[in-house]
Write a protein that binds this ligand. Structure first.
Ligand SMILES: Nc1ncnc2c1ncn2[C@@H]1O[C@H](COP(=O)(O)OP(=O)(O)OP(=O)(O)O)[C@@H](O)[C@H]1O
Ligand SMILES: [Mg+2]
Length: 402
């Protein structure tokens, strides 16, 4: 690996050389004294795989020159080292496609871990990949539980060892990220979608709120004016990029059938309508199914998920199938306390209530979608006590109507 370091600070260059030295010659380090403006010349001359640049004051102006490198030499991975990392600086760095921003003063562990991550990504990216599956979840009415199910299904699929990207397309009021994490997302769909030319998997990756190594969330914008700036064609491209890097892309789609939602549904391999067992939900489900037909989505692509399902209620699953004319794909049981605790604390339900019937039903759904045998793989196995038989409640949640 060829690494070049560029800084006006001779100490930084010396530290880096010391930190990166290897006995086996697997890493070659070149140092240049100067600022980022010299980066294009350095890259032309040294052809590094990785360029480390110091921006001592964390000012956007100190990144000048790196845009030319990013445009002309996308094969070069960029790392910036700086003392003060303001949100504006991090955003500017992200837009330039800089992979990592490291805090100064550099530590040996910090730079080595960063290079380890980059190496891992490069080798992962060089493996030819199948396109991931895009699942769009759509509420029949407000408050159906779509965001809760989308967020926790994404978490359950990730627990099966799949790489999952959740994109919150409730552009005006989306809060899917907050259902899984208390940490506010640093960037959103609007930041990634701003410039279609620059949109790529590296930008998407650096914009995700990481929930765990297998699961990242691209949050909805935090202000309505930003939501308005998101174009439908940018959303289509964003989903295309996400599915080229992830096994599963889950979309939390708004029920307003605007141009952004339609683009999202056009990109989906499966559309999952979320409803509850009351007549207003059934009426809206029928209406939405008609809309989907008129949009040309084949019936086989659209599935029903009944949320807050309780056996023995006034309406049965057979009633749904008769009224809506469609089989129910899955049911998720009603479990107010566990669901409310998960949402209020911003933690996946599987972490807070691993034995809850809702957790089990989402685990079963994830297994069916990933085609892994239920409760035989993934970390949930331990939590469930080694694959015990599902409880009656859990079987009810799977639509077992015996
Ligand atoms: N299986 C469940 N059992 C009990 N309560 C649930 C369940 N699923 C969702 N809820 C409750 O329903 C409420 C609405 O859930 P959620 O925000 O996921 O719905 P939504 O369809 O995304 O709503 P919106 O239309 O606002 O986007 C939550 O506050 C949650 O407490
Ligand atoms: Mg929602």
């Amino acid at each position: 690996m060829r690494i070049a370091a560029l800084s006006i600070n001779p100490d930084t260059l010396q530290r880096l050389t010391g930190f990166l030295a290897t006995d086996d010659g697997s890493v070659q380090v070149t140092t240049w004294h100067g600022d980022a403006m010299q980066a294009p010349a350095l890259v032309e001359q040294e052809h590094p795989d990785l360029l480390v640049v110091e921006a001592p004051q964390g000012l956007e102006a100190e990144l000048q020159g790196l845009d030319r490198v990013a445009m002309r030499h996308p094969e070069v991975t960029l790392i910036v080292v700086c003392g003060h990392q303001s949100p504006e600086f991090l955003l500017a760095a992200m837009r330039l496609g800089i992979r990592e921003v490291l805090a100064a003063p550099l530590t040996q562990q910090g730079i080595q871990q960063s290079i380890g991550r980059i190496r891992e990504r490069i080798s992962w990216a060089s493996v030819p990949r199948q396109q991931g599956k895009v699942l769009a979840l759509v509420p029949c009415k407000g408050g159906s539980g779509t965001t809760f199910i989308t967020a926790n299904l994404a978490h359950a699929i990730a627990a099966e060892g799949k790489r999952v990207c959740l994109i919150d397309l409730n552009l005006h009021f989306g809060e899917a990220a907050l259902y899984l994490s208390e940490t506010p997302a640093a960037s959103s769909v609007a930041d990634v979608a701003r410039d279609t030319q620059r949109m790529d998997s590296a930008l998407l990756e650096s914009s995700l709120l990481r929930i765990n190594p297998n699961l990242g969330v691209l949050a909805a914008p935090d202000a309505p004016d930003k939501a308005l700036s998101v174009k439908p064609e940018s959303v289509a491209r964003l989903i295309g990029i996400a599915k080229s890097s992830y096994d599963f892309v889950l979309l939390d789609v708004s029920r307003t059938m605007d141009a952004v939602s339609v683009k999202a549904l056009d990109s989906a391999d499966g559309i999952y309508l979320v409803l509850q067992l009351t007549l207003p939900f059934l009426r809206d489900a029928s209406r939405l199914l008609q809309v989907f037909r008129s949009l040309g989505y084949p019936d086989s692509q659209v599935h029903l998920i009944i949320n807050r399902f309780e056996k023995g209620g006034e309406l049965s699953l057979a009633d749904v199938e008769r009224t809506v004319g469609r089989d129910v794909f899955k049911t998720v049981p009603n479990s107010f306390a566990a669901v409310a605790a998960s949402i209020n604390r911003g933690r996946p339900i599987a972490e807070l209530a691993p034995r809850d019937a809702v957790t089990r039903s989402l685990h079963e759904m994830a297994c069916e979608l990933t085609k892994t045998p239920a409760q035989t793989t993934g970390w949930l196995r331990g939590l469930f006590g080694g694959g015990s038989r599902p409880s009656d409640e859990a079987r009810a949640s799977l639509g077992d109507r015996s």
